[in-house]
Design a protein around this ligand. Structure first.
Ligand SMILES: Nc1nc2c(ncn2[C@@H]2O[C@H](COP(=O)(O)OP(=O)(O)OP(=O)(O)O)[C@@H](O)[C@H]2O)c(=O)[nH]1
Ligand SMILES: [Mg+2]
Length: 300
């Protein structure tokens, strides 16, 4: 299995000498003699502080090799069912659900906790991207080998989790995304569905990798990948993670999944126009940033 310190090409990535703590409750990112993993620079003081508090809170709970990280904001009607449906084992490996709530005004944190999740309840709302970035840190800190994400609104099915994780466990990929286009969706929002096709085409051309669904919330990655990619986006994080990972040379794979329409609560992403505009700006911004970086790396 790759350690995440190497890209799929075998080329060493920055920061392979950094040992992040994998012991709950201990301090983070003990830096050895070498460059820091790029992703650690994206962490804020709040992320580190929350991670320390979370580590202490759950120090007595045995860690699991597979962390299912879920960002949840005002999802009290569905988060308990989503957490309860996470299988105890995936691909023969024990799992744990880590739910990151931030500034919710309802009982999301209590419902997630009652359903058995480890909950990080951040006092201020920052967005799904910031919540997932923190969730990845929490999972790495607890020593997870694999991180799977899902949404708290019940749009993704726990039945698909094993299919998403399996290529990682078999070392066929470093990052696996579900794809509603390879599988199915019950959404009849034609604007959203068209957006998925158009952005998939754009990203495929930009990164030179066939992508069919760049905004699918069910995905899995080797845990170390999340420390190596820059995750600056506070809300529209999906394409930043995808583009950063593929452009860093990690092996990407998609598997078919079934996506359902939201049954409770409402979208946190705004209307289709705003969602599309922000998504587009993250795609172009991330691609430009990663391209500049690879040009600079090649020159030096
Ligand atoms: N912690 C946290 N989670 C968030 C935030 N915004 C969104 N989320 C969660 O991220 C997941 C995806 O958000 P959604 O609003 O469902 O976005 P979407 O699935 O792209 O859009 P829809 O198809 O309209 O549901 C859900 O579990 C949300 O609760 C936030 O600010 N903080
Ligand atoms: Mg949703």
């Amino acid at each position: 299995m790759s350690t995440g310190a190497e890209g799929s090409s075998g080329a060493p990535l920055a920061g392979s000498s950094v040992a992040e703590s994998s012991v709950a409750g201990s301090s983070l990112a003990a830096v050895g003699p070498g460059p820091e993993p790029r992703g650690l620079a994206s962490l804020s003081a709040l992320d580190r502080q929350q991670a320390d508090a979370f580590g202490s809170l759950y120090a007595d709970r045995a860690p699991a090799p597979v962390a299912v990280v879920i960002a949840a904001y005002n999802e009290e009607s569905s988060v308990g069912t989503v957490v309860g449906a996470v299988p105890a084992q995936l691909c023969g490996l024990p799992t744990e659900a880590i739910v990151v709530v931030d500034g919710s005004s309802d009982k999301t944190a209590q419902m997630a906790s009652a359903a058995g999740a480890l909950v990080c309840d951040v006092p201020t709302n920052r967005g799904q991207g910031a919540a997932l970035r923190l969730g990845y840190l929490l999972a790495r800190q607890r020593g997870a080998r694999f991180i799977l994400t899902s949404d708290a609104d019940g749009q993704y099915l726990s039945d698909d989790m094993e299919r998403v994780l399996s290529p990682l466990v078999n070392d066929e990929a470093d990052f696996v995304s579900g794809s509603r286009r390879l599988g199915s969706t019950t959404s009849n929002d034609s604007v959203r569905n068209l957006g998925v096709v158009l952005f998939a085409g754009l990203i495929s051309v930009l990164v030179g990798q066939k992508v069919t669904d760049p905004s699918c919330g069910i995905r899995a990655m080797k845990a170390d990948v999340t420390a190596q990619v820059v995750l600056d986006q506070p809300q529209y994080q999906a394409s930043e993670l995808l583009i950063g990972t593929v452009m860093a040379g990690y092996r990407y794979k998609e598997v078919p999944i079934a996506m359902k329409a939201r049954r409770h609560g409402k979208t946190k992403k705004g209307g289709n126009l705003l969602y599309g505009a922000r998504f587009c700006s993250v795609v172009i911004g991330t691609w430009s940033r990663e391209r500049r970086r690879s040009t600079k790396t090649k020159r030096s």
